[in-house]
Each structure stands twice: as structure tokens, then as C-alpha cells.
Design a protein around this ligand. Structure first.
Ligand code: SAM
Length: 278
């Protein structure tokens, strides 16, 4: 009998997000195919998983896919993982799933963390309908055409972006889609997790101010969404929360300025007073 191909989600930062089922599946599999074996070895050893590992990444997909299919046909169970989150979602795996199904092999998903869904769940933008568009192109011209094509997309648009391109992409969102409400969901499930709300240009400025590090999901409100008025936390509450998270006074002022549109100098002075009182 042929083996089963398991598509196993792993945490996007916080190891406590690993599921019991993922650990058991990875322990019981005959082979784990991982995007980066060195990276995954750390995760696996944390959970005491000693299953043999092989690599499966963008540039060896054709060759490795064949070897994995052979193992499956011979009756071995294979689990596919990526560096973080759900395989196949802006990560390798789609081709393997398609080929396995074509070969009559059962494919079983083991659900878990996914940055897009995690961001959407807490961004405060409409969730009844959304469009996940993955990574925008790297080059400005192509990126702007890509964004223009999303102008009439259904619901909230969810994008992945590399940390060093976030500011440029936010500027392009502002230029192509106008001043829609945007959320930058940063470092999800990690110590410095934060959700920055604002217009694309406010957020681009905040990112340039020094928040460019860390992984980011960008979420764009639908064209017809009313821009959130001040029903959220007050500026003082935001300052307090940012200081409590360990941000410096300067960072706190920049973050709250981006979220509220209030002058940074004023916020800096308030944050300084709050810090002295802490
Ligand atoms: N397959 C993964 C998933 O299920 O989310 C996504 C992999 S994709 C190569 C990596 C991108 O996901 C990052 O560039 C970033 O946009 C997003 N991402 C991954 N982890 C994240 C995190 N902890 N916080 C924010 N964004 C994250």
C-alpha cells in the first residue's frame, strides 16, 4: 500500500503553537521533507523528533519531488514542513501535493499556524471576505501593476512582504490604492508582536523610523470600508501599552504617531513623562 503525504503546519515564531497532532505525525512519519533542514532540525529536536530529514525547496522541487513520490509509492509516510507556518502558502509544496494526488496518493493536511490568517484574525479589518495575494513583485513597476489589479479585489487584501521592502510597498499602496486603512501585523506570536494601524504613508514613515526589522503581514481595508474612527484605545492608552511592551520612548512616540496621526513631538513628551512615572 502507498504511504500518505502529510502537509504539516509548524509555528510562525512561538513554539507553543505547535500542535499535538503535528508532533505525533512528524514522529510517526518515515521521512520529513523540509525547506531548510538545518533550520527545521532545531524545531524537531525541541520536540524530540528524530525522524530522518530530507530537503525540499524551490530549486530542487523537480528532483526531490520524484524521490519523495517514490518513497510514498513504496509505502513510506512522508511529512512536508516549511521553515514556518503552513507549507504551500507562499512556500514550496503545491507541486508535490498535485503530483501526489495525480499518482493516487492520499494527502492529509495537519493544520496549524499561518501568518496570513493569524494577522487577519486580529487586524480589525473585515474578515467575511478577503483576498490573499502572497508576495508583491520586487520591482516597483511590476509591484504597482500588481497592486492596481487588486484595487477591486474582494474584501480585505492580505499580503506577505520581506522586511526590507515593507516601506517601499506601503508607499506604492498609497500611490496606487489611495489612503485606505492599512494594518502592518509585525512579529506575530513573538515577543515584539504588534499591529500598526494607519494610512499607507503614515505606516511607511513609521517603518522608516526604525520598525523595519521583523516579519510582516500587510493588510489593506476594502475600498468601501469606513476608516476606523477613534473607537480604539486613546493615545495615552497606546503610549502606555507600547512602553509596557518594552519600547523606547522614541519608538513609542513613532508607533503611536503612526497609529493616531498625532504629532510625534507631543507624543514623545507624554511618553517621557509616563516613563518617569513608571
Ligand atoms: N507558509 C507561511 C505561512 O503559513 O504563513 C508563510 C511563508 S512566507 C515564505 C514568509 C512570510 O510570511 C514573511 O515574509 C511574512 O510576510 C509572513 N510571516 C511569517 N511569519 C510571520 C510572523 N511571525 N509575523 C508576521 N509575518 C510573518
Amino acid at each position: 500500500m502507498a504511504g500518505i503525504l502529510y502537509i504539516v503546519a509548524t509555528p510562525i515564531g512561538n513554539l507553543e503553537d505547535m500542535t499535538f497532532r503535528a508532533v505525533r505525525t512528524l514522529k510517526e512519519a518515515d521521512l520529513i521533507a523540509a525547506e531548510d533542514t538545518r533550520h527545521s532540525r532545531k524545531l524537531l529536536s525541541h520536540f524530540g523528533i528524530t525522524t530522518p530529514l530530507t530537503s525540499y525547496y524551490d530549486h530542487n522541487q523537480a528532483l526531490k519531488g520524484e524521490l519523495i513520490l517514490t518513497a510514498l509509492r513504496e509505502g513510506r509516510h512522508v511529512a512536508l514542513i516549511s521553515d514556518a507556518g503552513t507549507p504551500c502558502i507562499s512556500d514550496p509544496g503545491y507541486q508535490l501535493v498535485r503530483d501526489a494526488q495525480a499518482a493516487g496518493i492520499t494527502v492529509v493536511p495537519i493544520p496549524g499556524a499561518c501568518a496570513a490568517i493569524t494577522a487577519l484574525a486580529a487586524a480589525g479589518l473585515p474578515t467575511n471576505s478577503f483576498t490573499f495575494a502572497g508576495f508583491p513583485p520586487n520591482k516597483e513597476g511590476k509591484r504597482r501593476s500588481f497592486l492596481a489589479a487588486l484595487a477591486t479585489a474582494n474584501g480585505t487584501v492580505v499580503l506577505y512582504e520581506a522586511p526590507h521592502r515593507v516601506a517601499a510597498t506601503l508607499e506604492d499602496i498609497g500611490a496606487v490604492l489611495g489612503q485606505r486603512q492599512v494594518v502592518v501585523a509585525r512579529e506575530l506570536t513573538k515577543l515584539y508582536e504588534e499591529f500598526l494601524h494607519g494610512t499607507p504613508l503614515e505606516l511607511a514613515a513609521a517603518v522608516v523610523e526604525g520598525r523595519e526589522r521583523g516579519e510582516v503581514v500587510l493588510l489593506i481595508a476594502p475600498a468601501d470600508a469606513t476608516v476606523q474612527q477613534s473607537e480604539g484605545p486613546t493615545a495615552e492608552e497606546r503610549l502606555q501599552a507600547a512602553l509596557a511592551k518594552g519600547h523606547t520612548v522614541k519608538e513609542t512616540a513613532a508607533l503611536v504617531a503612526a497609529a493616531t496621526g498625532l504629532p510625534r513631538r507631543e507624543l514623545y513628551a507624554k511618553a517621557l513623562l509616563m516613563r518617569e512615572r513608571l
